[in-house]
Write a protein that binds this ligand. Structure first.
Ligand code: PRX
Length: 699
């Protein structure tokens, strides 16, 4: 630890925002309009309150223990219960809603037909693919299968097919590189990789299968062999990739499926505690973390929060415009909405393709009445098409913002312009690890406040601690580390294969006693936050070494190790820089090996290495070559100093550095170049300034 001020000492000042009440029309139809629900989920009723969520599901066998805390923090929910997630999302809706659209898929090219997949059709597709995975792929209950799939219906079909078999799926975001996918294949021990030949992005049919070859090669370097690569084709019978199919390893799924026509696979009855899927995310060290989510607890939690917070009714047309490759898509495109038997819309492409009106055209055409997206998309649409939504006659009753803090100004635009002043908004704060929402207003019962997510959601009791574990009181205007005092059904079970790291990262900081009392094991979320006197939380961002770019978590260590794959680079440091649209962008600082001088496209090499190792989302905004990094006497790179330079803010006290003289050199070099490029600095808000000042503090 350093001598930096702790979060507890940081005073935060901002204007209190006015409340926005939900409309009477919204309240009249809301799933959670009766204030009794708040009482039912109050602390004295914990953990039994979560029975209300679990009862939304169909159980093969009812559980005997709601929460088992005998082995903290490895909580077990609904112990003794058995169920199948696919049965709950598909089969059980056949009796009442066979012909309702489960999914509506919108391809990116407007010349291609939008397709509605009914629950009956989904049932057929899932069964056939499950039979293929089992009989051709040879997978068994408990095995892992990795997907590297874009936003096509084949992705939920593949997820549900695995769930039907009790096979653990691990979807890697389609935009991630082959190397990143390969690392996750090896870590999860998947023998099968499911991919697609290509998909549309920004008007282009992207070659995607080529990444599967890279993934298999990376996994091999890590000592793991992939037996089969199963390839969906974007247009059946027509191959969109230049990458050759490897004999005996690669197979077109559309060639194999006719053998399984009409197959029926019995859903495997799984213990509530069986893992349903892995979702990898970035953390404080290089190795990605495979967050392991359970079957019963997770499904109950996403069904319950989808009902009360997304206000989903079966007859709604619900559209979450996130990517299923992230947790948001797993919980709130696939599992939550389908468990409730509603219609969930999937869009393949870029929100602004071919023009900034695209999303609103889709919403109007399909009659979407619930809309869900991230601040990055909202900021972008506000910038490039502020008047577009007014041209379309859709009506949203409810909208969500998720993934990053949203600026009050942007929130108001979302409310007034996109929501036409009618939609109730929820700003949902949560994480890959948490399975579902942690902080949000309950849309019919609690007023909205721009920039604040709201109080803890039903059954979640957050608290803000300072570095010493003392509670920071609501209304004190002081920031600290937000934690959740209690377990909840959606919490991940462990980091795949790394249980010690799980305990260490999320629980060791504030664990008080090694007891089996859950009260001694608060969950450390890794976010800074402030609680206003009304109990609403404002999330300030990560306190660890994670940079949130357009709602995607990128670990500084991952970025730095990618940069170090470039031969000339001796040292690398990644820092966030404020970005008008993406919230934060990445800037890389690199020092060359002795004797080498800048030039010869080193910046481009570093960028390419990052795109190759992680993916395009991580491409740095700038790469700065420096003669040396600012370091502490013990040799640690002071990221907050270079972050301050990149953001034109105060770099703080540098007198304790081993090489304070370097700071002015770097500042001069970087800032004059930025000004030449027209990157005019803007004033940072107090929270933003604080984030920069404390960046890298967790190390
Ligand atoms: O810093 C918080 C931010 O996103 C992080 C979680 O990222 P990820 O695991 O990728 O999950 C994103 C989808 C839930 C959090 O630690 N974050 C998420 N939602 C919000 C948020 N920050 C502010 N407001 C939010 N609503």
């Amino acid at each position: 630890m350093t001598n930096e001020p702790s979060e507890a000492q940081i005073a935060v000042h901002w204007r209190e925002e006015a409340y926005y009440p939900p409309t009477a029309k919204f309240i009249a139809q809301a799933n959670a309009a009766d204030p009794d629900i708040l009482e039912r989920f109050s602390e004295p009723n914990f953990p039994e309150c979560f029975k209300e969520y679990a009862d939304l599901l169909s159980w093969d066998k009812y559980w005997h223990t709601t929460l088992d805390t005998t082995d903290p923090p490895f909580w077990k929910w609904f112990v003794g219960g058995r169920l199948n997630a696919c049965y709950n999302c598909v089969d059980r809706h056949l009796t009442t809603s066979r012909n309702r659209a489960a999914l509506i898929w919108v391809p990116e090219p407007e010349s291609e037909q939008t397709s509605a997949i009914t629950y009956q059709e989904l049932y057929r597709r899932v069964n056939e693919f499950a039979a293929l995975l089992r009989d051709f792929g040879g997978v068994r209950t408990g095995d892992r299968v990795t997907f590297h799939l874009p936003m096509v219906p084949e992705l939920p079909v593949s997820m549900l097919a695995c769930a039907r078999l009790g096979v653990i799926h691990s979807e890697v975001f389609g935009g991630f590189s082959g190397a990143a996918c390969g690392g996750r294949v090896a870590d999860s021990g998947s023998n099968i990789l499911v991919t697609m030949d290509g998909y549309y992005r920004n008007g282009e049919l992207v070659d995607h299968k080529v990444k599967a070859d890279e993934a298999v090669a990376t996994a091999r370097e890590l000592g793991h062999e992939v037996d089969k690569v199963l390839v969906w084709r974007r247009h059946p019978n027509s191959y969109a990739s230049k990458s050759p199919m490897v004999e005996g390893r690669d197979f077109f799924i559309d060639d194999l499926l006719p053998d399984f026509r009409g197959a029926v696979v019995e859903p495997v009855s799984m213990p509530a505690e069986a893992p349903l899927f892995l979702m990898y995310t970035s953390g404080t060290t290089g190795r990605p973390k495979g967050c392991q989510h359970s079957t019963g607890g997770y499904l109950a939690y996403v069904a319950g929060t989808s009902k009360y917070y997304q206000d989903i009714h079966p007859e709604d047309t619900y559209w979450c415009a996130a990517d299923i490759g992230w947790i948001t898509g797993h919980s709130y495109i696939v599992y939550g909405p389908l468990a409730l038997g509603t219609t969930s819309v999937l869009y393949e492409g870029v929100p602004t393709y071919p023009d900034p009106g695209r999303l609103w055209r889709i919403a109007e055409r399909l009659g979407v009445n619930i809309f869900h997206t991230a601040p990055t998309t909202i900021r972008m649409l506000r910038k490039v098409g502020p008047d577009e939504s007014a041209k379309y006659r859709y009506r949203f009753k409810h909208m969500t913002t998720v993934g990053e803090p949203i600026e009050p100004e942007v929130w108001r635009w979302y409310h007034d312009v996109v929501g036409k002043g009618e939609a109730a908004i929820v700003d949902t704060w949560w994480q890959t690890e948490t399975g579902g929402f942690l902080g949000s207003t309950l849309p019919a019962l609690q007023p909205m406040k721009p920039g604040s997510c709201g109080p803890g959601v039903l059954g979640i009791y957050p608290v803000i601690y300072d570095e010493d574990g003392e509670t920071i009181e609501a209304g004190s205007d002081r920031a600290g580390n937000i934690c959740i005092r209690n377990p909840w059904p959606g919490i991940f079970q462990t980091i795949w294969g790394q249980p010690e790291r799980f305990v260490d990262i999320y629980y060791s900081k504030y664990n008080r006693r090694n007891s089996t009392d859950w009260q001694d094991w608060p969950y450390f979320a890794g976010d800074g936050a402030v609680q206003a006197a009304d109990g609403y939380f404002r999330i300030l961002g990560r306190v660890d070494d994670v940079i949130n770019v357009a709602g995607h978590r990128l670990g500084t260590k991952e970025l730095e190790s990618a940069a170090l794959t470039v031969n000339e680079i001796a040292e690398a440091a990644a820092v966030p820089v404020m970005d008008e649209v993406r919230g934060r962008a990445v800037e890389m600082y690199v020092a060359l090996k002795p004797g080498l001088s800048a030039g010869a496209g080193i910046e481009a090499k570093v960028s390419e290495a990052i795109v190759r190792e992680i993916g395009k989302i991580a491409r740095p905004k700038s790469v700065w070559i420096v003669t040396d990094m600012p370091k502490t006497r013990s040799g640690k790179i002071m990221r907050r100093v270079i972050a301050g330079i990149s953001n034109f803010t105060d770099v703080g006290d540098v007198t304790t550095l081993a090489n304070p003289e370097i700071v002015d050199d770097i500042r001069h070099h970087v800032q004059s170049e930025k000004l030449t490029r027209g990157e005019v600095p803007r004033d940072l808000s107090p929270q933003e300034a604080e984030e920069i000042k404390s960046f890298g503090r967790a190390e």
